[in-house]
Design a protein around this ligand. Structure first.
Ligand code: 0WD
Length: 253
């Protein structure tokens, strides 16, 4: 499905990362991919994982440093000369902002969370567009806390709301270049980031019980949806937030 396609993956921290599930699904369907990592602490992990795939590239990219973003896209252009899809699977908020009451969110925590978790989608979309010479697909990861209050998710919920709105504005801007932009709203999954949200364990239990499918979603299921969205099968879909949450979001009382 993705033979001759080049992807760029932001947000692999380890093998449990949603980004890695997305990359694995796309690689199985023939894609070649570049991976970015944030900081030296993740370099070895990402190099090892990417090394399992054919003709991959690994480049540093902390999105708070514009020169790293520019260098990462330049490296992709040098190696592949093009880009067909991008998966944005990064988020961050200071730990203390992910517990207690939202009303105590500091200016710094707000700024950091919104910059890394929401603005970065616009930042990488602008850089990706010139490389997407035959059109392209950009996919980001959101969560239900964007639209409903989820205890402890706090400023990250606000960042995800901004991310989903950004998805629509970017889709409107980039549609004329045949670049599609969509978000996946994934159910809770036990990853490194998820462990930063206080009481994640009980959230997983609650959602698993209440969702129509009576279980939690897997990273592989999110990966398969990303594969669909970056493939030509989704050629008519842009600006959407697609739920991959075992149906949790449809439930009322
Ligand atoms: O339940 C979950 N796990 C859900 C996650 C449910 C719904 C959505 N999501 C979202 C997250 O909010 C995030 O946007 O999915 C995305 C991926 O999250 P993940 O796979 O759960 O988490 P993880 O494996 O930790 O990857 C996120 C990575 C970072 O890892 P750590 O844990 O080291 O912060 O985002 C990257 C980093 O690799 N990241 C950055 N990348 C570039 N520049 C930056 C940065 N400044 N900060 C964090």
């Amino acid at each position: 499905m993705l033979e001759n396609k080049i992807g760029m993956i932001f947000g692999v921290a380890n093998k449990r990362s949603i980004a890695w599930a997305c990359a694995s699904a796309c690689a199985e369907h023939g894609a070649r991919q570049a991976f970015t990592y944030q900081g030296d602490r993740l370099k070895e992990n990402v190099e090892k994982l990417a090394g399992e795939l054919t003709d991959s590239l690994v480049v540093p990219c902390d999105v708070t440093d514009q020169s790293e973003v520019d260098a990462a896209f330049a490296a992709v252009n040098d190696k592949y000369g093009r880009l067909d899809y991008l998966i944005h699977s990064i988020a961050f908020a200071p730990r203390e902002a992910l517990e207690g009451e939202f009303v105590t969110t500091t200016r710094d925590a707000f700024r950091t969370a919104l910059e890394i978790s929401a603005f970065s989608l616009t930042q990488v979309s602008l850089a990706a567009a010139p490389l997407m010479k035959d059109g392209g697909s950009i996919v980001t990861m959101s969560y239900y806390g964007a639209e409903k209050v989820v205890q402890n998710y706090n400023v990250m919920g606000v960042a995800k709301a901004a991310l989903e709105a950004s998805t629509r504005y970017l889709a409107a801007d980039l549609g004329k270049q045949n670049i599609r932009v969509n978000a996946i709203s994934a159910g809770p999954i036990n990853t490194l980031s998820a462990r930063g949200v206080k009481n994640m364990g009980s959230l997983l239990g609650y959602v698993g019980e209440k969702s129509p499918l009576k279980r939690n979603v897997t990273a592989a299921e999110v990966g398969n949806t990303a594969l669909f969205l970056v493939s030509d099968l989704a050629s008519g879909i842009t600006g959407e937030t697609i739920y991959v949450d075992c149906g949790y979001n449809i439930m009322g009382i």
